[in-house]
Write a protein that binds this ligand. Structure first.
Ligand code: RIB
Ligand code: CA
Length: 336
């Protein structure tokens, strides 16, 4: 269970502004165990400007008492060309919200004059690492470009960070964006490898556990029927295209909640069964770029390749869904 003896854990969320990111942000805002200091934004599901706007849109809907500031970061991966998931999360990265109107025909999500802070995400990460040190948990929900850039700028300061809980990778299961790679690692494999070899404690929340937490569409619609609030309506609207993608491509009308699961495991590490391994990320594979390769051989050479990552291999889905319901649904049941 989470140790609350020292109060809520200060966190920074680093996100690429997609649909499951939005659900994760709402959970983090409602979690008494977490103290969300800032949200840093990176290019991934969608370009960094749109991703930042999406984060601000979520905060505008969720209306937290003390909203975290939002800082834009890297516009493209360290080495590779930009690659996005607009075909999965919608052209705006958030389910194409412009499509929705209310009964009177007015836009349900009108364009808002939302601007991120003028702080640079990398400076925000380094400042938090410096001031909070090992109390800080960074939870990453997108490609690791911002984190890797902060490490490259000042590795010693970043090594003060307590841990990084990363949604990414696929160790014992196939990838999603390619046979070998999960999307966040595929988009910026070089950044992922910089983080894996940084010496900062990493908890990897990969597809190995994310694929064990499917959210069916009917649960979203049933919740909205029961609690017709603005947040519940937003959850139903922003997940519509994302869930249709899984219906049309994987025969399951719903979605995997990769990023919310990272929040859950950051809150309660005991949700997951993990294995300490030496893990590298392929950066130059002809077919396997972005692959997360863990050395799980019986005769692995731990002297030369010591474990660097705690890989989540199983998850208590029943307890996760209880946490998800509490931090997403019940919170969204409060009408704003
Ligand atoms: O592979 C799933 C991950 O890639 C999630 O974080 C999703 O939002 C995308 O960023
Ligand atoms: Ca994401």
């Amino acid at each position: 269970m989470t140790d609350m003896s020292k109060g809520p854990t200060p966190i920074i969320l680093d996100t690429d502004g997609g649909v499951d990111d939005a659900l994760a942000i709402i959970m983090a805002l409602n979690a008494p165990q977490l103290d969300l200091k800032a949200i840093t934004v990176v290019a991934g599901n969608i370009d960094v400007d749109q991703a930042a706007y999406n984060v601000l849109r979520v905060l505008n809907i969720a209306q937290p008492h003390s909203p975290p500031f939002v800082a834009k970061g890297c516009e493209q991966p360290l080495v590779r060309a930009p690659f996005n998931a607009a075909g999965i999360h919608g052209a705006d990265g958030l389910g194409e919200l412009h499509r929705f109107t209310d009964a009177a025909g007015t836009a349900r999500y009108p364009k808002l004059p939302l601007q991120p802070s003028n702080k640079d995400a990398i400076a925000v990460l380094l400042e938090a690492a410096h001031t909070l040190g090992e109390r800080l948990t960074i939870i990453t929900l997108g490609p690791l470009t911002n984190i890797a850039t902060a490490i490259q700028r000042d590795a010693a300061t970043m090594r003060r960070v307590g841990r990084i809980v990363t949604m990414g990778g696929a160790v014992t299961v196939p990838g999603n964006i390619s046979a070998a790679a999960e999307f966040n690692f595929f988009v910026d494999p070089d950044a992922a490898q910089v983080v894996m070899e940084s010496g900062i404690p990493v908890v990897l929340v990969g597809l190995d556990v994310a694929m064990k937490a499917p959210l069916p569409r009917h649960r979203v619609e049933e919740h909205l029927q029961r609690y017709p609030t603005q947040v519940a309506q937003f959850i139903a609207d922003c997940t519509e295209i994302y869930m249709a993608f899984y219906r049309d491509n994987e025969g399951f009308h719903g979605c995997y909640v990769h990023d919310p699961l990272a929040i859950g495991i950051a809150i309660d590490r005991d949700l997951a069964q993990t294995e300490q391994v030496h893990l590298v990320v392929e950066t130059e594979g002809r077919f396997t770029t972005g692959m997360a390769l863990a050395d799980r051989r019986d005769r692995r050479d731990e002297a030369n390749n010591p474990p660097n990552v705690d890989v989540c291999l199983d998850v208590d889905t029943e307890r996760f869904w209880q946490m998800f319901d509490e931090l997403l649904w019940q919170a969204s049941a409060v009408s704003y």
